[in-house]
Unconditional design. Structure first.
Length: 241
């Protein structure tokens, strides 16, 4: 593969990859992003957690805590102007009747300079998701960008392009701790303007900070992001590996 000197190396993986079943590739193709501090983010392309080492943010904390799962996953739902809804990524697989992993309308997974990019086609709306970690920081950034829009004729130009709902799931635990250990409880939530602090009470773990923001040229044309408390406790999640 020839790469121009000023070009970023890109490895494109059509979805599903040729010669493999969608079911297989969803759970066997994995990605990993590190922060140079010992922390990382990792998972399957589908978003399903199959290993205890999977998580959106595994922080490298000072001894004696070490590598700690701080943010397990983020559920992602998209609603289009006509009301149709999509779920990006796989659901948590729980109980005896586990939900089959799926990846919504994922059309491509690629690596740009080693960093993962997911591309979804949602009825003419093309949405891309990126994930990266700043060097030597226990921080993960997840960015969603609308790349293409086929606005329906019956939707006025002033209507929002789409609504993206994100549901963070937390279970603070050392990465090597068996997932069969009881869940930590209770968690405390504090709101500080556009930043939200999640703390596992009566524990040595530091808080997790979550910030929502709209960036780029669209920042002045869309509503500010909102945070709604609608907590639930999921007791049984299947980690097959």
């Amino acid at each position: 593969m020839n790469i121009a000197p000023d070009a970023e190396p890109v490895r494109r993986i059509p979805w599903p990859p040729p010669g493999a079943s969608t079911q297989e590739t969803l759970v066997t193709h994995e990605w990993l992003v590190t922060n140079g501090l010992g922390g990382y983010a990792s998972g399957t392309v589908s978003g399903a957690m199959t290993r205890r080492y999977h998580g959106v943010l595994i922080a490298a904390l000072p001894a004696p805590l070490g590598r700690t799962v701080m943010l397990s996953r983020v559920a992602e739902h998209v609603q289009l102007p006509g009301g149709r809804q999509f779920e990006l990524g796989a659901r948590a697989r729980s109980g005896d009747a586990a939900d089959a992993p799926k990846a919504g309308d994922l059309t491509e997974f690629r690596l740009e300079s080693g960093l993962p990019v997911w591309r979804y086609d949602l009825d003419g709306f093309v949405l891309e998701k990126r994930l990266f970690m700043p060097h030597t920081q226990n921080t993960v950034l997840v960015m969603y960008e609308v790349k293409h829009v086929d606005r329906p004729d019956n939707v006025p130009p002033s209507a929002p392009l789409l609504e993206l709902r994100l549901g963070p799931a937390v279970n603070f635990r050392p990465q090597v701790l068996p997932v069969s250990e009881p869940l930590g409880w209770p968690y405390e939530l504090k709101a500080l303007e556009d930043t939200f602090e999640i703390t596992l009470t009566r524990s040595a773990f530091p808080p997790l900070w979550v910030t929502l923001s709209v960036c780029g040229g669209v920042a002045s044309s869309v509503p500010r992001p909102t945070f709604t408390v609608d907590g639930q406790r999921i007791e049984t999640v299947l980690y097959p590996v």
